[in-house]
Design a protein around this ligand. Structure first.
Ligand code: 3HB
Length: 340
């Protein structure tokens, strides 16, 4: 193990208002700016900043930016339609697939471009993926649900790269308000990652055929540390988590019970009891989760969901609430976060 590997600094992100981005950017090196805003555009490099606009807000009053900063100077570039920024240790890559009647092929191609880039630049440890799908529960031109269409293309791309199920990163696959499919991924050169499952949920990549032709390929969390021997002080990236036990949605139509189970799922996921399978001892609870996004299907449910989240997360936790659809038509809420 080299000194560089032992001291690798882990990445960090912050939520800001859209107009504060330049102030945050002025304080350090920015890997990328993700605007959760009122329209989706192709990712771009603007004033030296990788920027991706997602259509995740109904108006500018609820828009915000997620800014990823790093310890080192950043270089940006473009590769087969995806845009990237990297600092020698971390890479952020972003892409968009224009609206189409069938997403399998374009998803596969866009993922291949991003995975190929990671391979080529040596960022082989992908630890987090976010995917935003307009009309996620709608049907494509062939009657296949758009989320399932996307899952097919993603699974095919992973297969082409011999990405084993146990190596897949944590992810979010969530609805958006427009713009086809947009995504961003984070990868590292030398940080050590461990894909973590929830012992109370079936691994998503094992979901039965009833959920679509190819299962969703993601891990429930990724543990990211400077070295493989550090099982205590790494970060935990919690994937989008919903009211699912085994592979089944529980509490159809009951938002209170769905929020409770989503929170219980995260609580168990990050507990030492669950992490013991990976020899990780972190002593975490929901109080340690930060940089939280809560996706709520029905706007009218937001006050209830907010109250429940505020009761269980730390009062200091930064939480954003977004009103979008969720990957299964019977899911009312999904929650993600980071333990840094
Ligand atoms: C996904 O398909 O990547 C995904 C979907 C979810 C939650 C987490 C990941 O609803």
């Amino acid at each position: 193990m080299t000194q560089a590997q032992q001291t690798v600094k882990l990445p960090s992100s912050a939520f800001t208002g859209l107009t504060e981005v330049s102030e945050v950017a002025a304080t350090g090196n920015v890997l990328g700016v993700i605007n959760y805003t009122t329209e989706c555009t192709d990712p771009r490099v603007e004033n030296g900043l990788l920027t991706l606009d997602l259509h995740m807000a109904a108006d500018l009053g609820e828009a915000f930016a997620e800014v990823w900063t790093t310890a080192r100077p950043v270089e940006t570039g473009e590769h087969h339609g995806v845009v990237y920024a990297h600092d020698g240790e971390y890479l952020l890559v972003a892409g968009r697939i224009a609206p189409t009647g069938r997403y399998t092929e374009d998803t596969r191609a866009a993922y291949v471009a991003a995975l190929d880039l990671m391979d080529g630049l040596g960022y082989k440890n992908c630890f987090r993926m976010w995917n935003f799908l307009n009309d996620i529960n709608g049907d494509n031109a062939e009657g296949l649900e758009i989320y399932r269409d996307f899952c097919k293309g993603r699974a095919e791309a992973f297969e082409l790269f011999h990405f084993g199920d146990k190596e897949v990163p944590s992810a979010t696959g969530i609805g958006s308000l427009g713009g086809g499919i947009a995504f961003y991924f984070l990868a590292s050169r030398s940080a050590a990652l461990t894909s973590v499952e929830n012992s109370k949920q079936m691994a998503a990549y094992h979901y039965p055929r009833q959920y679509g032709p190819r299962p969703p390929k993601f891990a429930r969390a990724t543990y990211l540390a400077g070295t493989h021997t550090d099982r205590r002080s790494g970060q935990i990236y919690v994937a989008g988590t919903a009211s699912i036990r085994g592979h089944e949605t529980l509490h159809d139509g009951d938002v209170v019970a769905q929020v409770k189970l989503s929170l219980d799922n995260i609580e168990h996921l990050v507990s030492d009891e669950n992490l013991a399978d990976y020899e990780i001892v972190r002593g975490n609870s929901l109080l340690d989760v930060d940089n939280i996004k809560v996706y709520v299907r029905h706007r009218a449910d937001i006050p209830t969901v907010k109250k429940m989240c505020e009761e269980r997360f730390s009062p200091n936790a930064r939480i954003q609430y977004l009103n979008v659809d969720v990957c299964r038509a019977d899911l009312l809420v999904e929650i993600e976060g980071i333990i840094a």
